[in-house]
Each structure stands twice: as C-alpha cells, then as structure tokens.
Design a protein around this ligand. Structure first.
Ligand SMILES: *[C@@H]1O[C@H](CO)[C@@H](O)[C@H](O)[C@H]1NC(C)=O
Ligand SMILES: CC(=O)N[C@H]1CO[C@H](CO)[C@@H](O)[C@@H]1O
Length: 354
C-alpha cells in the first residue's frame, strides 16, 4: 500500500468509510491514511472488466453547424490524450462522431462518406488500435439525423454495412450503433439495433464486438421502465458477440448536468435492476457513460457502483464521460493534464479497477 501522507483529507476518509468491504476493522482503520487498496482487497470477489477507458469527445461538437469547420466547430481527440490513458493502463476509447458530417444530408445515411471526415475518423481509430487499445465508434445522434428521427431499418443496416466494411479487418474496432435514442418506442429502437447488427455482420466484420443502446438515453436506471428490458431480450447476432450499452449519471435527475451526487451509494442503487436483468437474460452489459463531480459522495458512489458491477460479472466494460480537447473546466472532464476528474476520480474511483 502506498502511503499518501499529504492526501489525508476529509475526501479520502469519507471515501474509505463509504466503501463497504469484507475486511477486518483493523484494515479499515489503516485505510483512512492510505491510498485506496488494490481492487482485490477493496472490492472483494470482483471480476476484472475487459474494457476500461474514457469517451474521447470532440468530433460531434457543434452539431448546430453542419458540416461545420474542423478546429472551430468540432475537433478530433488529441493523440497525447490517448497516450496518457494508455499509459495509465486503460484499453478502451469511445469516439463519438456526427452522422451528418460523415454522411451528408444531400445524399443521406446510405450515401457516400465525406472523405475528409472519414479520414480523420479512420486516423483516430488507427491511432488508438495501433496502441493496442480498443475503440468504439459511435454516431452521437440520439437516433436523429438532419432533424428527423431515423426510422428506416433498411437504411440503417446499409449505413452500418458501409461503415463496418471499412474496419472489417481491424479486430480492435467496436461498433457502437447509436448514441442515446430517446422519445422513440423501445421496440422501434430495438428493431433499428437489430438492423445495425445485421449490417455490421453483412460487411464481413464478424469478429468484432457490437454495442447496442436503448431508448430513454439508454439509461441503466430506466432500463426496465422504458420498455428496453422487454424489447432487447430478443436481439440476435449471428456471431453472438454483442453487449448492451447503458449510461448512468448520479445526479438527482440522472442527466449528468450537476456535480452533486444523490448519495455515496447511488451508483450501486441505480445499476442494480439493470444488473439483475442482464444476469436473468444471460446478456452482457457495457457502461458506456458515467460521470460525476469530484467530491466525496461522488467519488465513493462511482467506486461503489463500479464495484457492484465488477462483483456481478455481468458487465464487460466501463467508460468515463469524458475526455476531449475542448471541455475546459467542465466538471466531468478527464482530459489530461488537469481536467477536473484527473486529480481524484481517476486515482480513487477508476484506477482501482484496472
Ligand atoms: C488547467 O490548467 C490551465 C493552465 O494552467 C488552466 O488555465 C485551467 O483553468 C486548468 N483547468 C482546470 C480544470 O483546472
Ligand atoms: C451528460 C453529458 O456530459 N452530456 C454531454 C454529451 O455530449 C455533448 C456534446 O457531445 C455535451 O454537450 C453534453 O453536455
């Protein structure tokens, strides 16, 4: 255990007190003056996540300006940021892009790709996978394209066939079919996800992981009440390699817009029903977005929530929202060198799971 004499703060004490463990009282007594212990001793019986990392946000920014200008309206992740997280031991990056920039409205989502935007996406993908890490590429479109809800499964299937064919030979690319659909029936979203799965596999991308997302912003805490629980049971993947991506924020309305967490156990509480659903249906989960403020309640709630996931064995990955070059002092920014989440969230709530 590393001694952190300069870091004996109320935050660390509260964190230690809020983390339930099976260890003895003498162990918990020493924990108040030390860094969080390795995963094995602070989160007992935990399975290691296969994928652990961050969202690399930027290429989807400025979606009021289509196509917009690179460097003014949107930006691609910085190689130095990717290097940083790889050096920290992370192996996963979720890279949002804007569908209207990749497939311009003039020709629609089944049309040709904008070559410059695709090239930057491809360069980003290759940079990440060249480091041995995994990259999930995702249209950050909420199932809305050119101001209209996407509702044609055939067109969506063709889009994914076209995109996956470009990456079919790269085993470290993950296809994350659509970010956070909302205000659309769960059954309709599930039908679109099924079409996306079929498109990816039809492209010959048969080895890669696919991530599907549900309606209601794919919230874990509303997974059952939104109808996703029923609608997503029957998805079929010919290559049997997909996971259900859910998102979970820990502020009062679950939107990820306040740095205040409801409590130090809200992570575990909001994830519980989704975890049970995954287990009952023999499906795998992937927490594609979680983000909080950097205060004692939130640090404890993130650690405890991730611990509950690791203990369940039902979740294969976790990704913090978010890194990216343009977040400035956004309270969830984990962009190096000094994003708000770097100093406490990263070492105390995330790195114990690496
Ligand atoms: C990070 O450091 C820069 C340069 O010193 C500073 O302008 C910025 O406000 C800092 N950001 C945060 C979130 O502390
Ligand atoms: C909760 C959260 O962080 N949402 C962000 C999602 O990403 C867009 C831009 O990509 C931001 O504007 C949101 O604040």
């Amino acid at each position: 255990m590393k001694c952190l004499s300069v870091l004996v703060t109320s935050t660390l004490v509260a964190f230690a007190a809020a983390v339930p463990t099976a260890s003895s009282t003498s162990a918990s007594k020493t924990r108040t003056v030390t860094a969080p212990e390795p995963l094995a001793s602070t989160c007992s019986n935990a399975h290691k996540f296969t994928y652990f990392g961050v969202n690399e946000s930027g290429a989807e920014f400025g979606n009021q300006n289509i196509p917009g200008t690179l460097g003014k309206d949107y930006i691609w992740p910085a190689p130095s940021s990717i290097d940083y997280f790889v050096s920290q031991g992370m192996n996963f990056f979720r890279v949002p892009f804007q569908l209207e920039r990749l497939t311009p409205p003039a020709t629609g989502i089944t049309g040709a790709f904008n070559s410059a935007y695709f090239q930057s996406l491809s360069d980003t993908v290759n940079y990440i996978t060249g480091k041995g890490a995994f990259v999930a590429i995702e249209p950050h479109n909420f199932l809305i394209y050119n101001k209209a809800t996407l509702s044609d499964p055939n067109a969506f299937q063709t889009f994914w066939k076209n995109l996956a064919s470009r990456f079919a030979s790269n085993s470290h690319v993950i296809f994350d079919l659509m970010n956070e659909p909302h205000d659309v029936a769960a059954t309709q979203v599930a039908a679109m996800m099924q079409a996306g799965i079929n498109g990816v596999r039809a492209a010959g991308a048969t080895s890669q992981l696919i991530l599907v997302e549900g309606t209601s912003w794919t919230g874990a805490w509303t997974w059952i009440s939104s109808g996703n629980g029923d609608a997503f049971k029957s998805l079929k993947d010919p290559n049997n390699n997909f996971a259900i991506q859910m998102h979970q924020y820990l502020d009062s309305d679950g939107s990820g817009t306040s740095p205040t967490c409801v409590s130090s156990t809200i992570g575990r509480e909001r994830l519980a029903a989704a975890t049970t659903w995954l287990q009952q249906n023999n499906l795998r989960g992937f927490l594609g977005e979680i983000g909080t403020g950097s205060n004692a309640d939130c640090i404890a709630a993130v650690f405890d929530g991730l611990c509950s996931m690791a203990q369940s064995g039902a979740w294969i990955g976790v990704s913090w929202w978010a890194a990216g070059p343009w977040w400035a002092d956004y309270y969830q920014s984990i962009e190096p060198p000094n994003g708000t989440a770097i100093s406490q969230i990263l070492p105390q709530a995330l790195k114990p799971f690496l």
